[in-house]
Design a protein around this ligand. Structure first.
Ligand code: ATP
Length: 376
């Protein structure tokens, strides 16, 4: 399977004030399941369309499998049909007048594959996607989710080196979406296809991807495994975009809340070498609550008194809203909390779960091992 390389890729749409993608370096390795994740308008679809050849680059270059397929400086542009990529978009236009099996074997007929081989391949892919029982039906006789699977089968039948998917599950209801995610993971495992999947849904990206590339305003913010993205966000944007309820932030510069001043004091005392932290953050599930005012805690732990201002059941888990030294803080619980409104509690934050960022919002990676050592 080919590796895809975007180097200093730029896309300027005619008449637009700014570049949709100003300067993007991105490599999608063989066999990777990469999710491009970011808010609406951040350039995900543009990036996918540049790879597909549906948009040409305004600058930089694109290689697929070591071959330059788009480079304005070299006047190279290989059209989409010669890039051997499979594309599935949000709308999955099946041929309405062809049966399901004819839809699935469409690409194989175009390639003039011998009939026996073609039928065997069609059967193999339809069985893998659980649509073999619909082979003689027409698309209008299938549900949206079944049609989606046919669209995927049609793509997989021709064994594309790379599958490009742009929010392909967004039309499906929650249950089907979940089933299709599992399906896509199986496809990836069984067929070894390199997949690039565009989504603005963080859970979709976390559940599917081997690698997530987070984008904002046309720029790559971080690329890494789902764990990297969640556990070690490279900057404030990634930290705040990924996670629900969102990560709790203590702004330790300018007009500080009393909580942020506590945080500042904690860092000064416990990590005197780290003096460029402008904000400290912690995920809602990384905090622990103790009843009342805690008298003794292991050295190095960061704790603050708080009052309970809300308990929100979310079906199987709970979001707890707390007022902690002038700031609202959210935490999550997976067992039913016995907390009462306005109850006094102590929030305990494990140092290893804290994230520190500088004044530009960039992660202070050097502080991570120091935090991990505290109260270890
Ligand atoms: P969404 O999740 O909403 O689809 P996206 O992250 O995929 O968003 P793009 O569709 O790539 O974002 O758009 C990136 C930027 O380029 C946006 O500001 C958008 O308005 C602009 N844009 C996209 N297509 C065109 C076009 N054909 N002409 C001009 N501007 C465009």
């Amino acid at each position: 399977m080919p590796t895809i390389n975007l180097r200093r890729a730029r896309k300027a749409y005619p008449g637009a004030n700014s570049d949709a993608v100003p300067d993007l370096d991105l490599e999608i390795a063989d066999g990777e399941f990469m999710c491009l994740l970011g808010p609406s308008g951040c350039g995900k679809t543009t990036t996918l369309r540049m790879i597909a050849g549906l948009e040409n680059l305004s600058g930089g270059s694109l290689d697929i499998g070591g071959r330059v397929v788009d480079c304005p400086d070299q006047a190279v542009f290989i059209p989409p049909e010669k890039r051997e990529l499979g594309l599935v978009f949000q709308s999955y236009a099946l041929w309405p007048h062809l049966t399901i099996s004819r839809n699935v074997d469409f690409g194989l007929r175009l390639r003039k594959m011998p009939a026996a081989e073609r039928d065997a391949r069609t059967e193999e892919v339809m069985t893998a996607l659980g649509i073999e029982k619909y082979r003689d039906r027409f698309p209008s006789q299938l549900s949206g989710g079944q049609q989606q699977r046919v669209a995927l089968a049609r793509m997989l039948a021709v064994s594309p080196g790379v599958l490009l998917l742009d929010e392909p599950l967004s039309n499906l209801d929650a249950r089907l979406r979940l089933e299709m995610r599992a399906e896509l993971k199986r496809i990836h495992a069984n067929f070894g296809t390199t997949i690039m999947f565009v989504t603005h849904d963080q859970w979709e990206a976390m559940t599917l991807a081997t690698t997530i590339a987070v984008m904002s305003e046309g720029r790559l913010q971080q690329i890494g495994t789902p764990d990297d993205i969640y556990e070690r966000p490279a900057n404030r944007f990634v930290a705040e975009f990924v996670g629900a309820p969102p990560i709790n932030i203590m702004e330790m510069s300018g007009d500080m809340t009393p909580l942020a001043r506590f945080a500042r004091g904690y860092l000064t005392q416990c990590l005197p070498g780290v003096n460029n932290a402008a904000s400290m953050a912690i995920r809602p599930e990384a905090m622990r609550l103790l009843a009342g005012t805690a008298s003794s805690l292991p050295e190095g732990q960061f704790s603050v008194p708080a009052t309970v201002s809300g308990v929100l059941p979310t079906g199987g888990s709970w979001i707890i809203e707390l007022q902690a030294a002038g700031q609202t803080v959210f935490m999550t619980a997976h067992v039913a909390p016995t907390l009462k409104q306005d109850e006094m509690v102590t929030i305990v934050m494990q140092p290893a779960s804290l994230h520190l960022f500088d004044a530009n919002g960039q992660r202070l990676h050097d502080a991570d091992p120091l935090l991990a050592k505290l109260a270890a």
